[in-house]
Design a binder for this molecule. Structure first.
Ligand code: E4P
Length: 213
């Protein structure tokens, strides 16, 4: 399973990259707005840190305008992936992107038929939002299982990019369900290797070592 960071924060991206376990980055308009910086500059900075896929989302809702944004964003770096919303105009834009060999991450996916449609059209990544489904009392993880089955049935190459992961258990369950990628905030990412028994064990080893001296 590949690990992406779901953030536009440069310090967090650098920290994850320094650990050697950062496979890519996803951003969205809310995350970018939180940083209060120019979008293009931010994407440039992120692409200088990682050579993995960096999703940059369009904010237009009409196909032609989406394509103008997509082509501009693609100029920033070869690893920029265009993020399009899974609405009719977004799917039309996806078709054009596929023809122009622009890699696309289809976002805001909440049910398996949306995932099937975007794979048929040729999305490189499809982002189901688990946490937001859980938030409204639905089983977000079931969507990953359904997508895995559909993609395997028809041998689609679209990668399942499990998104809206809110805690390490989401990451674990998404991995078991066969998601290709998990994208998560830094607060979840840094919990992946932490365990209180590791810290306690180390503390004991070091205090015993001091006694030897
Ligand atoms: C994914 O690409 C989205 O940016 C993200 O995972 C949304 O997560 P949220 O539901 O916690 O905002």
């Amino acid at each position: 399973m590949k690990f992406f960071l779901d953030t536009a924060n440069i310090d967090q991206i650098k920290a994850a990259n320094d650990m050697g376990i950062l496979d890519g980055v996803t951003t969205n308009p809310s995350l970018v707005a939180r940083e209060g910086k120019d979008f293009r500059t931010l994407v440039e900075q992120i692409c200088r840190i990682t050579s993995g896929p960096v999703s940059a989302e369009v904010v237009s809702t009409e196909c032609r305008a989406m394509m103008t944004e997509a082509r501009e964003l693609r100029q920033i770096a070869p690893n920029v992936i265009i993020k399009l919303p899974t609405i009719a105009e977004g799917i039309k834009a996806l078709k054009i992107c596929v023809a122009e060999e622009i890699p696309v991450n289809m976002t805001l996916v909440f049910q398996p038929l949306q995932a099937l449609i975007v794979a048929k059209v040729g999305a490189k990544f499809c982002s189901p939002f688990l946490g937001r489904l859980d938030d409204i009392g639905e089983d977000g993880m079931k969507l990953i299982h359904d997508m895995r089955q559909i993609y395997d049935n028809y041998m689609f190459e679209t990668e399942i990019l499990a998104a809206s992961l809110r805690h390490p258990f989401h990451v674990l369950e998404a991995a078991k369900a066969g998601a290709d990628i998990g994208t998560m905030p830094y607060s979840v990412f840094e919990q992946l290797w932490k365990h209180p028994l590791t810290d306690l064990g180390l503390e004991k080893f070091l205090s015993d070592w001091k006694k030897l001296k």
